[in-house]
Design a protein around this ligand. Structure first.
Ligand code: C5P
Length: 231
């Protein structure tokens, strides 16, 4: 039997998973595991080594090295590989698109699966694990499954605000961001291997009309209602 409790949070790009999950974990004293960073790291390292994102052999080599030498700090979410902190390179749009590209590859998914489980199951009390296939593949037996979503307009607006609030060319930047989010969601949902999809037993949490604090309150309430934390 599993020792720690698991809440699976899946959803499309830009739905606010990482902000909501990390702040919820701070509030309830749980561990936050953002599985997207694994796909982003593997894509980043592969590019850095001038290896190919399309080659099974190259990706396999990188993943083996990464699994052996990853130092991940759940408190700060920093990622170190071969004594270098690569965290600041993982949040770019390019890293997200590259991650989505390699995430289509069943070999990559298969090789990263045990690592995702290992990082989450190390949590002393409970873990909120976010991604695209957490409730369907990584932890189909999760104690609670959430599908976090928001309208495309809302997700693009939030992402743009994060980048630079006073952009002079707001409208054209918004259109670019929408396009990039849409492309990634389509790619993630259309792939054969563990596509982005709502688990049959997931609760949908649409944050379109909610701010961050309201969304965290709602998630904490759902975790409490499920009996995973004390009231
Ligand atoms: O969540 P994040 O945007 O960091 O994820 C980057 C990409 O990694 C996603 O677009 C998706 O293709 C891939 N991913 C995945 N399965 C996960 C987490 C991320 O396929 N569990």
């Amino acid at each position: 039997m599993r020792r720690c409790k698991i809440v699976a949070v899946d959803g499309p790009a830009g739905s606010g998973k990482s902000s909501v999950c990390s702040k919820t974990c701070q509030r309830i004293g749980w561990t936050y595991v953002n599985t997207g960073f694994l796909y982003r790291s593997v894509a980043y390292i592969t590019r850095q080594r001038r290896q190919s994102l399309a080659s099974d052999r190259d990706l396999s080599e990188v993943i083996d090295a990464f699994c052996e030498d990853l130092h991940w700090d759940p408190e700060t979410q920093s990622v170190q590989f071969q004594n270098l902190d690569i965290s600041s390179h993982l949040n770019s749009d390019q890293a997200g698109q590259d991650a989505s590209l390699i995430a289509k590859n069943p070999l990559v998914r298969e090789k990263l699966l045990p690592l995702q489980r290992k990082l989450a199951l190390r949590a002393p009390v409970g873990a909120i694990v976010d991604g695209r296939d957490i409730g369907t593949v990584v932890f189909p037996d999760a104690d609670l499954k959430i599908f976090l979503t928001a309208s495309l307009d809302e997700r693009a607006r939030r992402r743009l605000q994060q980048l630079h609030t006073n952009a002079a060319n707001w409208d054209s930047e918004l259109a670019n961001i929408k396009q990039s989010i849409l492309l990634r969601d389509e790619q993630d949902a259309a792939r054969g291997a563990a596509p982005l999809k709502q688990a049959a037993d997931a609760i949908v949490l649409d944050t379109s009309g909610l701010d961050l604090a309201g969304t965290i309150d709602r998630l904490v309430e759902l975790i409490r209602e499920r009996g995973l934390i004390e009231s």
